[in-house]
Each structure stands twice: as structure tokens, then as C-alpha cells.
Ligand binder design. Sequence first.
Ligand code: PMP
Length: 365
Amino acid sequence: MQTRPYNFSAGPAAMPDDVLRQAAAEMLDWHGSGMSVMEMSHRGVHFGRIIEQAETDLRELLGVPADYHVLFMQGGALAENAIVPLNLSRAAKADYVVTGAWSQKSQLEARKYCDVHLAAQVDASHGYDRIPPLHTWQPRPDAQYLHYCANETIDGVEFHDVPGRFGLPLVADMSSTILSRPVDVAAHTCIYAGAQKNIGPAGLTLVIVHRDAVGHAIPACPSAFDYAVAARNGSMYNTPPTYAIYIAGLVFQWLKRQTEGSLQGIAAIAERNRKKAELLYRCIDASALYYNRVAKPDRSRMNVPFFLRDETLNEAFLQGAQSRGLLQLKGHKSVGGMRASIYNAMPLAGVQALVDYMQAFERDH
Ligand code: PMP
């Protein structure tokens, strides 16, 4: 039963109630250790169990092949915009695809470290609203990697399949789509994600990287951000964000408990997410008041930006939502309008409550 308002924040985002309750119950004394997880040495036996279990569960959920490292790092996805070229570009050529505000930031940051070419980009004068067709992409054959953002959190543009590889190692920012659906890890050389959407609290960055790709960082790469150093030290070269890793571990356990019909784990989660997004987009498309400008095949299932045709109603819409327990629907400041982020922790009932409110608001205005 829902005991709290529905929270549509893009991140830090709503967490599963079960996870928060378990963390509360274990706050003062983790499993009879006499300590909070926050108070434990990261090198002690208790935390060792926590991080090992978290990695095992994540590997199982995503089907991470054995020849990939799973790294628990810090700095968020924006730091990865530098850490990726520091580790993988060899200060040579790297190609980027720009489909929204986050991939645009990625390619700009990478220019500090290597020769960047845009293999494909969208004319953003009317907003980012689609993925350029693959046959128009022009990556350089001698690039060290091809980077894309799997889900543009601000613009609501998502790759529903792995794009063509063009014979290049693929690197993906999966901050806002990881764990929302199955992913072909082996099609990528490196996947990274800030935790604060589908994984856990802010402060943790997840990196999944093929072991052959590590060990080539440029000399200026800080040791704490060198994938080889992180891997060699089991993510404990520096003190990792221990409490965030613990909560992420609880989220992975929660995900493993989710099943629907014959589908298990992430496949079941993906089906639930597909239904949630469909319900919301159907409401938007049927409305004379609301609209979404993203090409239908490229619409995000995690972040649904929408606009009111009469913008003078924006404030009333947000206030009405808030008073009905529908929180944090305001769109990103760079695009305006509204945005409903419907990550794994958002139940179908939450999306239904939003749709009911949107329809009532439209009738009343
Ligand atoms: N990439 C994507 C796709 C994001 O959604 C975000 C955060 N909203 C970022 C990068 C930046 O992440 P952080 O603030 O954790 O550095």
C-alpha cells in the first residue's frame, strides 16, 4: 500500500519503500555487528560481505560477462565525462553521438583530453527530439571508441536498442536507464551510470568495463580515477562510498524479488516500465492540452517530458499536483514544462494517479 506521495523526481529519485524500511531497521546495528554500515571500515569483514554481494547481484541482474570489471566509483556521470577519455582515448581520437543535453556535455568535456568528432548530432534549435538515423552516422574508423547516451534524462530521448557498433568499441552513459531493461553488456566496452536514479543514493558511480580496455590511461589520469587502479584494488584504492554501495545492494536484492508472470528479474521490470510509459504517453497524445515533442520510436520510458499548450497554467498544474501528493513534476530548467520520471521504484499506480490528475486538470481548465 502507498503510504507516501508519488515522487517523480529525475534524480536523486524515489527509492523503493521496502529498501528504505530495511535500511531504517538496520541503521543502528547491521546484522548483529553492533555498527551502522556508515561506521564500518571498508576493509573489514562486514563491508566485504556487503560489496561482494552487491557485485554478485548486479552481475546476475545485468548478465555481466566474467571478463568485465564492475567498479564502484565516485564523481557521478559528469566526472565520467573526463574519466572515460582519460582511460580510453589514449589521447587520440574519440567519436561522440549527440542526442541531448547530457551527450552534448560529454563531448565538450572530452575535448580537453582527445580529438573529438561528432559522428552524429541533432539540430537542437527546436529541442532534442529524436535519434539521428543510423545510416547517417559517420564515425571515424580509427576512433578509440564511440560514445552515446542511452537515455537523455532532460530531453526524454532513449535508445531502445544498442546502436550499430561501426566496428568501434561502444561506450554508453546509462545513468537514467540502467536496470530499467535488459542490456547487452557484451556489445559495449564501457558502461557507466550515476547511481541516483535506478541504483541508489547519489555519490556512487557504477562502471562496467571490459578488462582488455583498462590499463591504458593517459599519464595525467588521477590514480583514483584510473580504471586499472580501481579494478586492481577491488574498488578500494580510495575509500568507496560505502553507505551508497550498501543501499545499492539492497536495491539489487529488491529487483531480484520482482517477478511478473513468466518473466524474471530485469525482464519483468522492463515489462512493467513499458506499461507505465505507455499509459502516460497515451494520456498525453490523446490530450488537447498536453504534448510531448519526441519522435515516438525514440521516446524515453524513464523520463517523460511534456508541455502545457497554455503555459500560463504551469504553476496551477504544479500546485494542484503537489496538493494531490504528486511531487517534483517541474521540467528541467533548460527546457521548461513538466517532466515525469518513472524509474523502477515508481509503481503503475503512481503513473495512474498522475494520469487521473492530468485528465481532471484538463477538464477543469
Ligand atoms: N548523464 C545523464 C544521462 C544524467 O541523467 C545525469 C544526471 N541527471 C548526468 C549525466 C550527470 O550526472 P551527475 O550529476 O551524477 O554527475
